[in-house]
Ligand binder design. Sequence first.
Ligand code: GRF
Length: 201
Amino acid sequence: MSRKARVAVFISGGGSNLQSLIDASKASKLSGKIVLVVSSKEEAYGLQRAKKAGIDTFVYRGKNYPSKEEAARDLFEMLAAYEVEYIALAGYMKLLPELIVRKYEDRITNIHPALLPKFGGKGMYGHHVHEAVLAAGEKESGPTVHLVDEIYDNGRILMQEKVPVLPEDTPDSLAARVLKAEHHLYPIALDNLIKGKYSDE
Ligand code: GRF
């Protein structure tokens, strides 16, 4: 069997996407092994999911360091210690330090709960996204997996999955439909990236 790529998943909350990546990895549907879960919040439920799966965790809070540079350096060293090759952001609410973005260029993914480039950017997260989609009268929504650069929701789009927006939808009902599609899409898109399917010919 070929060697699995070493992946760190970054979270800030419930971690249902983390769970779908853990499950895909266990079922050998992901050619990556999650070696570390990084959380910006100590109370994130996703940390429990990681522990249950036997994955090491690291709570990373910029505030705990004397400077931005030292915070970035510590994260950089932690990822290096785990020999991380890919980073999957899954509900991570912070911007990554530039040092990390540069080191892992084209190997960092994010999942966003709308069809980018629409409904993205700063402030477009959680229920705000689904409220905006409904307010715009969109007929379709769905998750986007994209590469990460220093700007929110800006990197190259790798994959999208469309779901219908129904006339009776509330932000919650739409969010639930999109989230289900996220769980299907993210492992596939990450697997494709690891397998080099997005490399320019
Ligand atoms: C998802 O909707 C994802 O698109 C967004 O944050 C949410 C994370 O949910 N980036 P979970 O923590 O994976 O359950």
